[in-house]
Design a binder for this molecule. Structure first.
Ligand SMILES: [Cu+2]
Length: 185
């Protein structure tokens, strides 16, 4: 059994690494209101529901004109994130994109985009001059890059923290291996 120290070290390393794999499964978006690619007649707020509780939500609602229509900051209620939307009179009809970003319980940031169409009822006293055309035009328009610019900087701040944890973790394993090698001549 001359190889037993190495086997022992490998067993320790495996024990450290294997349990962390299932635990690393971070949260995911369960549902949203409006739902992806849905058409809604009213848009009072945006609700996102995740598979587990989340923290530090950021929600950007980009309208068909490229402007942002989220109103105030998002609220967290356990697994739900609620974001108020600007006043209905200010909302143009057309294709919107919800860009969201939250932090899982395991610390991983989770983000995504949800496109949907806002088509208010024409009889609701709103301007009848453009009933359907903006929807069609906006549907062909590409997703505004402004949403990516808004969300990306926060994630780039998040990544270094994880790099450091990984680096310290690897260093710790290395130190552990060195000690166990010495104790067993
Ligand atoms: Cu994760």
């Amino acid at each position: 059994m001359k190889s037993s120290p190495i086997v022992a070290v490998l067993a320790v390393v495996a024990a450290l690494l294997l349990p962390s794999a299932p635990a690393a499964a971070h949260t995911s978006l369960r549902s949203s209101d409006p739902a992806e690619n849905a058409q809604v007649a009213a848009l009072p707020k945006v609700t996102l529901e995740f598979s587990e509780s989340v923290r530090f939500p950021a929600v950007v609602l980009t309208g068909p004109d490229g402007e942002r229509y989220e109103n105030g900051k998002p609220r967290v209620d356990g697994r739900k994130v609620v974001q108020d939307v600007g006043p209905p009179s200010a909302l143009p009809s057309g294709t919107y994109t919800i860009a969201y970003r939250v932090v899982s319980r395991d610390g991983h940031p989770v983000e995504g985009e949800i496109p949907f169409t806002y088509a208010p009822e024409p009889s609701g006293g709103l301007s009848p001059s453009e009933p359907g055309q903006p929807v069609v035009q906006a549907a062909a328009a590409p997703t505004p890059s402004a949403t990516g610019n808004t969300v990306a900087p926060e994630e780039s701040r998040q990544i270094p923290a994880w790099i450091w944890i990984v680096v310290f973790g690897i260093a710790g394993i290395g130190i552990g291996m060195a000690f166990s090698m010495r104790k067993k001549p």
